[in-house]
Design a binder for this molecule. Sequence first.
Ligand SMILES: Nc1ncnc2c1ncn2[C@@H]1O[C@H](COP(=O)(O)OP(=O)(O)OP(=O)(O)O)[C@@H](O)[C@H]1O
Ligand SMILES: [Mg+2]
Length: 293
Amino acid sequence: MAVDPRRASDSPSPGAPRSGPGEDDHRALRARMDRVAHKILVLSGKGGVGKSTVAVNLAAALAQSGQRVGLLDIDIHGPSTPKLLGMEGQALTGDETGLQPKGYPCGPHGIRVISIGFLFQNRDEAVIWRGPRKYHLIRQFLEDVQWGDLDWLVVDAPPGTGDEPLAVVQLLERADGAVVVTTPQEVAVQDVRRCVVFCRQLDLPVIGVIENMSGFTCPKCGEVVRIFGADGGRNMAQEMGVPFLGSLPIDPEVVRSGEQGTPIVLARPDSETAQVFHRLSASLQSGASLSRK
Ligand SMILES: Nc1ncnc2c1ncn2[C@@H]1O[C@H](COP(=O)(O)OP(=O)(O)OP(=O)(O)O)[C@@H](O)[C@H]1O
Ligand SMILES: [Mg+2]
């Protein structure tokens, strides 16, 4: 089996992105997804706030603690997972039973990764697609991939509340919830508020808010400089009545490890940043952060 995004019909089913799977054809999708115990989306109303960083590190923290983890990158216009995991240049393969996720070595089972980045051999290739085509690709990534039995499927979404997050929430039907990422400044927080409203409109529980790039500790004097302001994410979480999951500092090691294709959870397991991901992973596994258990 193969996906050829250029040949997929642009509008095979008018209105598809606005509706969930039809009653006639939902069985294969449900059968595949029934083997995944928990599905979590990483969302933000804002671009560049660290969603993909959170998604790969959360997946790595869960995998490190022995969980079976899948990572689905649905950022069709800017997939970063292959780069962040050092998997660029890999191509999807499959047979009549489905597409084969790519394996990232981490923990006892590895992480099973699917990204649109694996479909394009030229990393500078731009994708110009309308909503229905995006919907069908995301559906194929859920239904036709040999995910196998998973404890967690972590979905890395593009910024905003557009076609991709809408499609995945509808196709998953009952995802466990969303981890919403923001940075502290008001301009980001405003967009992220809209993201919380989006989750509510879709009946998707908000697992909580992570405030990323919260402050930078000067390596010379130890002073914490709040480059993007302070506590915007924490205050927003309180105002919106959703849990606050923690703050991640501005950490040059996050950038370096991302460039090198190793999540910081693996590259610097003792760092403060890695510890935030391990705490989040533990709280998800204990069920403490999940309202749908
Ligand atoms: N805590 C952090 N400290 C320093 N740099 C960070 C931190 N978090 C993320 N970054 C860097 O910020 C950049 C954007 O991060 P990332 O790609 O995860 O954001 P994103 O929200 O997924 O972006 P997009 O909206 O484009 O999908 C990357 O270069 C990443 O290394
Ligand atoms: Mg991203």
